[in-house]
Design a protein around this ligand. Sequence first.
Ligand SMILES: *[C@@H]1O[C@H](CO)[C@@H](O)[C@H](O)[C@H]1NC(C)=O
Ligand SMILES: *[C@@H]1O[C@H](CO)[C@@H](O)[C@H](O)[C@H]1NC(C)=O
Ligand SMILES: *[C@@H]1O[C@H](CO)[C@@H](O)[C@H](O)[C@H]1NC(C)=O
Length: 273
Amino acid sequence: MEPKKKNAMAVTLVFGILGVSLLIASFATDHWVKSSPVLKRSTQSPANETDGSATKYTGNITFGLFRGYRVLDYGIGPRPQDINVVCSGSDGVCAWSNSSDPAKRADYMKRIVKFVDNVKTNGTVKDLIDYGLFNFGLWVSTIVMLALGIVWGLVSLGFTAFNVVGKPIETITGPAGLYLWNGLAGTFSLLGALLYVGLFTKDLATNVLPKDDVDIGWDSNDRTQLDYSFFFVVGAVLSFFVSNIILVVSGQKLSCSYNRAAEKELDNGMILY
Ligand SMILES: *[C@@H]1O[C@H](CO)[C@@H](O)[C@H](O)[C@H]1NC(C)=O
Ligand SMILES: *[C@@H]1O[C@H](CO)[C@@H](O)[C@H](O)[C@H]1NC(C)=O
Ligand SMILES: *[C@@H]1O[C@H](CO)[C@@H](O)[C@H](O)[C@H]1NC(C)=O
């Protein structure tokens, strides 16, 4: 391979490492979403406190795919708590529980399941969101897509390194394959990001608080945003696609290599039979 192409491939290696690292960082950091809810005291407070000035009690919530952290001020000073995802796959819902006790979390899930059964016959989807529930399917598929993004990203890294240092023959392990592995890593990461955007706009943007907090007047609607861990995934998608653009610009053959490899195999096949 020409040195110019090898250099280009070394650059794609850097972008590949960046992409995989960003995906891993998105899993490892708990800042996919941030929210600053306010306590409006709509139900349990003196009439005086229901006007605009009643937003003096605030909180901050951040979470990742599995865990998070929240500080709510109920009027007696900030109260920090860890939060964890609890899910009922059979009911297709998850929620954020602020209980540190696994038994209590399981209990919370039981209450949710009962609530979901009730809603199925009587309620609406909005009731589910008000209860702080979000879509299990979207959440799981986000995680699966990102995991596949990491797997294909690693495959791509392996073969890129192999192409930089080794003498690849022009088959799927060669330059042409890199388009495929990078493309797969980028596509799965993009799907993961899109699924999470779906989950965010459909459920999380409306409410990230459990029912108990909603009942006493906490409100996170329009106070919730995607945060930097999510944008790591966007960065990863860009890295994988930039890798492919560099390969194209540096003139790595795409289709010809496939054809030639295929022809070679065909020839071999004819000799064999
Ligand atoms: C409402 O505010 C007024 C003065 O601002 C006060 O006199 C009154 O006691 C308050 N009412 C309640 C229910 O807190
Ligand atoms: C939430 O974050 C804001 C801005 O960082 C801060 O001013 C506020 O005190 C925080 N609220 C709590 C309850 O920690
Ligand atoms: C449905 O709603 C009605 C009236 O609001 C109530 O009487 C009934 O118990 C509810 N059904 C269930 C399964 O909760």
